[in-house]
Write a protein that binds this ligand. Structure first.
Ligand SMILES: [Fe+2]
Length: 344
């Protein structure tokens, strides 16, 4: 596996790039906006194709690189279901998997530092965000933090992992880069408590100042959604309500861009074809299945996905390739709100 740990000195943030091979798909965890050029340079140097960008939670100390990476690489942005962010391409919950070619991260919901804090697990390592740090734990005094929830996340989930599981946190301020579950059990001063109450007492009396960037970073990080308005302005957007009347039309073909896992979990629009977003570029180019389908049948392609991000990007790619395409604004999320039919 290709694995890179990158550091932002300003915010003390660790960012991770993962891939199964040179020339293959890559995923990035907790990117920092100011470092996006550096990540993209490294990704190019390693001959990787960035397909997913994941934030462990809504950060308060730096502006996320998720939006910029999506705009520059058309990658899929991923956050937890509870996150207050306006739009991400994909939301995950406990038990899901975040997959790229040759790498599958198990999703663990580990709230406490924030109510949208997730950890991402590989067989030998875990990305703990700010839930469990090296010889520390993430503060619980803002962003719906809750020391008791954090105690449960740490003692009930993370510390149950094998002792030799490596821990890669989102931050470190002392220069440590990696630890293990066993090491933290033994030496993390915050974990030497006998109960959730004792842990809550400890966390409620830290008296930390708010992060310097908080007033800037939190609002910025809540508005990273792809500007679907631009696509709408060009007339390539269909409101969910309007889409209801299009599903039985013979001159329209609905195309679901989500992953198989999302289709199974949330259902899909009856009669729609499945053409996952990672294959989009291939599918809309000459000889590709969507290109040929549109060319031979003259049908208009109506893309949809979970929240309208992938489909908005797909419309742009398809139109550029000469395909008459539009998308359902807001995706399945909006479709559900107008009681659109779904098959499971
Ligand atoms: Fe944080």
């Amino acid at each position: 596996m290709l694995f890179r740990q990158l550091f932002d000195t300003t915010s003390g943030t660790y960012t991770y790039i993962l891939a199964s091979r040179r020339g293959g798909e890559a995923l990035i965890v907790d990117p920092v906006l100011e470092k996006v050029d550096r990540y993209l340079q490294l990704i190019r140097e390693l001959d990787l194709n960035l397909v997913k960008a994941v934030d462990t939670h809504l950060h308060a100390d730096h502006i996320t690189g998720l939006g910029a990476l999506r705009d520059r690489t058309q990658c899929v942005t991923v956050m937890g279901e509870q996150s207050g962010v306006d739009v991400v391409s994909m939301r995950v919950t406990e038990g899901d998997k975040v997959e790229i070619e040759g790498v599958a991260l198990d999703v663990l919901y580990t709230p406490g530092h924030t109510d949208d804090s997730y950890s991402f697990l590989l067989p030998d390592r875990v990305f703990t965000g700010d839930t469990l740090l090296i010889r520390g734990t993430g503060r619980t005094d803002f962003q719906n933090g809750d020391p008791r929830a954090q105690y449960e996340s740490i003692f009930g989930k993370l510390l149950k992992l094998p002792n030799d599981t490596m821990i890669f946190p989102a931050h470190d301020y002392k220069g440590d880069t990696v630890s293990t579950i066993g090491e933290e059990k033994a030496f993390n001063p915050r974990l030497q408590v006998k109960s959730a109450d004792e842990y809550a007492d400890l966390m409620n009396n830290l008296k930390l100042p708010n992060p310097k960037m908080m007033d800037v970073a939190v609002p910025a990080n809540m508005h990273i959604g792809f500007a679907q308005e631009d696509v709408a302005r060009r007339g390539w957007s269909v409101a969910a309500e309007e889409a209801l009347s299009l599903i039985d039309r013979s001159d329209v073909v609905l195309v679901d861009l989500r992953e198989k896992r999302e289709r199974e979990k949330y259902g899909s629009i009856p009669g729609s074809l499945h053409a996952p977003y990672p294959d989009l570029r291939e599918n809309v180019s000459k000889g590709g299945i969507l290109y040929e389908l549109a060319a031979t049948t003259g049908k208009r392609v109506l893309f949809y996905c979970a929240f309208g991000e992938r489909s908005a990007m797909a419309v742009q790619a398809a139109q550029t390739a000469g395909i008459r395409a539009s998308h359902i604004h807001g995706g399945i999320d909006a479709w559900k709100k107008v009681s659109g039919p779904l098959t499971h």
